[in-house]
Design a protein around this ligand. Structure first.
Ligand code: FMN
Length: 377
């Protein structure tokens, strides 16, 4: 069953493999109560084949709600089974990955962004996912793949997937993917952003909800996107690389909540309790101090002492057995004035990032009725 009047989150942190793990999400939630958090992509096969070991992949502390599980795959049976198994963990939404260009994913036939070339399959996949969960389902995709990059082709994808399944929410990483072997990092940098495609989708599919993603690097830019009419904004790299300045303003500047006045010292104290309580829980000393403390390496982005903190932490990872001892050894580089300061004013950003999107918009989607016949054939 899918909520009838579904509203996507105003602000979410993007799914990022090896970055938005349970530890990063713990830090993110200590900084922002309102941000929606996406997991890293988890392959349906991993969930199905690790059936006896699911906590390791799917468990999360209850404070991490609202949280979305992103799954990937190209096998309907496994997607159905994986969703059913994951439903015991009570995620708030299930998202399907149709945007990942990694050769490890897309190169193996239809998986990740190559699924955009097969909207009928994505529609079927979303139907089986929705049939195995009672929370909303969504798709995260690009605006195109290689030469299949016209606005009409994007619309055909959205139209078909939403006609064939209960999907009402699409997250649009507003650049196409190139499957010519460039690295995933280059695929997040080289294809140009076309925010006008995103805004044209809002115009052409008024019954659906869309979240904009890609290249949005500050809270000012998030609010600029919302002001232009975006239903929701997803931020990836900036929320990982500078969590304090991005997430620290989400509750107040985006959700209108009162400032809690919390400092990084308070956040680190809570994180330490969490970190030391999870060390070794997966056996074989995993997770270790390095894995648990990794997201903290970015907590002092551009602050005095940041470089020293990172160098000292890197050295301390070799011998520290607790997060407490890591802090005692490596935090000496950060001045008290930084540790004890609450979040300051909202940093500047490109307020005009979206002002010209309406001039650049492609002509309205022209739906070909013959396509519809083919769809239901
Ligand atoms: C290290 C890394 C891993 C990523 N892993 C995923 C993933 O698992 N699933 C996904 O849909 N997108 C993934 N992405 C893409 C992001 O979700 C996002 O779409 C992209 O970074 C653009 O947003 P940004 O410009 O705000 O970073 C990843 C990005 C990065 C940097």
């Amino acid at each position: 069953m899918v909520a009838r009047r579904y509203l996507p989150p105003l602000f979410s942190v993007a799914p990022m493999m090896e970055w938005t793990d349970v530890h990063y999400r713990t830090l993110a939630r200590l900084i922002s109560k309102h941000a929606w958090l996406y997991t890293e992509m988890l392959a349906a096969e991993t969930i199905v084949y690790q059936k006896g070991n699911l906590d390791r992949f799917l468990a999360f502390p209850p404070e991490q709600h609202p949280i979305v599980l992103q799954i990937g795959g190209n096998n309907l049976e496994n997607l159905a089974k994986a969703t059913e198994l994951a439903s015991a963990y009570h995620y708030d939404e299930i998202n399907f990955n149709c945007g990942c260009p990694s050769p490890k994913v897309a190169g193996h036939g239809c998986f990740g962004v190559s699924l955009m070339l097969d909207p009928k399959f994505v529609g079927e996949a979303m139907s089986v996912i929705a049939a195995n969960t009672n929370v909303p389902v969504s798709v995260k995709c690009r605006i195109g793949v290689d030469d299949h990059d016209s606005y009409n082709e994007l619309c055909d994808f959205i139209y078909k997937v939403s006609s064939l399944s209960p999907t009402r929410h699409f997250i649009i990483h507003s650049r196409k993917a190139l499957l010519n072997g460039i690295s995933p990092a280059d695929n997040r940098r080289i294809p140009p952003l076309k925010y006008e495609y995103y805004y044209a989708l809002l115009r052409d599919f008024p019954d659906l909800k869309f979240t904009i993603n890609g290249g949005i690097n500050s809270v000012v830019e998030v609010n600029a996107a919302l002001k232009e009419g975006a239903h929701g904004v997803m931020v990836g790299r900036a929320a990982y690389n500078n969590p304090w300045q991005i997430l620290g303003h989400v509750d107040t500047a985006i959700y209108g909540a009162q400032s809690t006045g919390r400092t990084r010292r308070e956040i680190l104290q809570q994180y330490q309790e969490y970190g030391d309580s999870v060390l070794g829980i997966n056996g074989n000393d995993r997770p270790n101090v390095r894995e648990v403390a990794k997201p903290l390496l970015h907590l002092f982005y551009a602050e005095p002492g940041n470089g020293l903190w990172k160098r000292k932490a890197d050295y301390a990872f070799q011998h520290c057995k607790t997060v407490k001892s890591l802090f005692e050894e490596a935090l000496v580089g950060i001045p008290d004035s930084v540790l004890d300061a609450p979040i300051g004013g909202v940093p500047s950003g490109r307020e005009d990032l979206f002002t010209n999107v309406h001039d650049l918009m492609p002509p309205p989607y022209e739906h070909d009725a013959r396509e519809e016949e083919a769809l239901y054939a």
